[in-house]
Every structure is written in C-alpha cells, then in structure tokens.
Design a protein around this ligand. Structure first.
Ligand code: ATP
Length: 217
C-alpha cells in the first residue's frame, strides 16, 4: 500500500530519507524552515514547503495530522527537535520517527512521545564495524538480542553442493530461507538446490552460529 510520509529537516539525513521513499514510490511532503533547503528538494519530493516545525499553527495548516508517518530529521537544534515531536504527538500524528544527537536527547524524545528514536552515527558505526569484522556477511537484520537474519556468501568449499548435502540445519542449527544468485532470489529453495561460490545464503538463526558460518577467508 502506498503510504504518506512527511520529513521535517532537509539536511543530509532528511534528504536521504526523502529520496529513498520517493524512489520506492511513496508520497513525501518535505518541510524545512530554510527556503534554500526546500528549493533543493522541490523536484525530488511530492510536495515541499517552508515552515517552522515548532509552530503548531503552521503544522496544522499543512495538514500534518493526516500523514501516517512523520520523520523529524532536525539534529543540531535539540530544543526544536523536542518541541516538534511534542507538537506532532499532540496533533495526533500516528507514528513519529526522530533522529537523536545523543543518549540524553533520545531519552527526552521518548518521554515526549516519539515512537522510534534513531541514532544514525551509532547505528552506521555498528554496521561498518560488523562489515569490517565479518566481510562475508552481505546484509543482516537483528531479530532479537541473540538472533539475526543474515545474508552470507557461500564459501568456496561449499560450491557445487546441494542444501541437502550441506545439511546446515543439522550442523549449525541455521535455516536457509532464501538463496540469492546473480541478481535473482529464490525464496523457497528445495533441498536439491545447488549453491555456488559467491551466491548469498539468507539464513535465520543464532548470531553465534551465523558468525561461525561466516568466518572463512
Ligand atoms: P544533517 O546532519 O542531516 O546533514 P544539518 O547538519 O544540515 O543536518 P541540522 O541542524 O541537523 O543540520 O538540521 C537539519 C535541517 O533541519 C536543516 O536544514 C534546518 O534548516 C532544519 N530545521 C532546523 N530547525 C527547524 C525547524 N524548527 N523547523 C523546520 N526545519 C528546521
């Protein structure tokens, strides 16, 4: 279903969100208090408006309460970011996602009703560190503290073997849920499916076992 989004604050973080959502076919309202920033995003966004997001009347006039999800990408002005979240929740916006500069800022944002607080620098740092330590992990999603879904490269010694022969479930308690090969994805691989070096095996399981699998030169 096509969703409606609004992004407040069009710096690097906010504009990257606008572009990604628009490319995926969603409607995005881009808002910034600086005219220059709004002009830069005018062509990419569905609508772009100049407004001070701490001004309740201005947000009301834009019709922000009819938008499903609002992303607050104001970073440096902590006071403005907190006030904006407060106003959005008071106006009844269903989901408010907000970028925090630090832990304290994040705690206050949660207190005033933010539904999801993100810490871009920390999150990206974690991803980069993972990538450095485990270069064979192509992608991952954290499901719980100890469980992930990970896409891991097929090691050379497994090339040309079927899932049945590899028997990853018995050996490492990992379930193969998909195989990515040459830009294609097979989301219900049969036991006879043969994997090749360089394919991506998408597996679900305990992190410790996933990393055991990924630890090859
Ligand atoms: P980034 O780190 O994402 O590149 P930045 O360094 O440009 O951001 P920030 O202070 O994080 O700067 O602000 C992001 C954007 O939010 C800026 O374009 C700024 O004009 C906008 N902004 C700040 N306060 C408000 C406000 N009250 N209402 C609307 N937009 C605002």
């Amino acid at each position: 279903m096509k969703k409606q989004y609004a992004v407040i604050g069009l710096g690097r973080f906010g504009s990257s969100i606008v572009n990604t959502l628009v490319e995926a076919g969603h409607e995005v309202l881009a808002i910034d208090s600086k005219e220059k920033r709004v002009n830069e995003l005018e062509d990419a966004a569905t609508h772009a408006v100049i407004a001070d997001a701490t001004d309740e009347e201005a947000l009301k006039a834009i019709g922000i309460r009819n938008i499903d999800t609002v992303i607050v990408a104001i970073g440096n002005d902590i006071q403005a970011s907190i006030l904006t979240v407060l106003v959005l929740k008071e106006l009844g916006v269903n989901k408010v996602v907000v970028k925090a500069l630090n832990k304290r800022h994040g705690q206050v944002l949660e207190k005033v009703g933010a539904d999801w607080v993100v810490f871009p620098e920390w999150d990206m740092g974690e991803r980069v560190a993972h990538q450095l330590m485990l270069p064979n992990v192509l992608n991952f999603i954290e499901l719980a503290k100890d469980y992930n879904i990970e896409e891991i490269k097929v090691p050379p010694n497994m090339s040309g073997k079927s899932l049945k022969e590899l028997d990853i479930r018995a050996k490492l308690n990992l379930n193969v849920i998909a195989i990515k090969s040459k830009g294609r994805i097979n989301i219900s691989p049969s036991p006879d499916e043969v994997v090749q070096e360089g394919d991506g095996l998408v597996m679900i399981g305990e992190k410790i076992n996933l990393h055991r699998f990924a630890d090859f030169e």
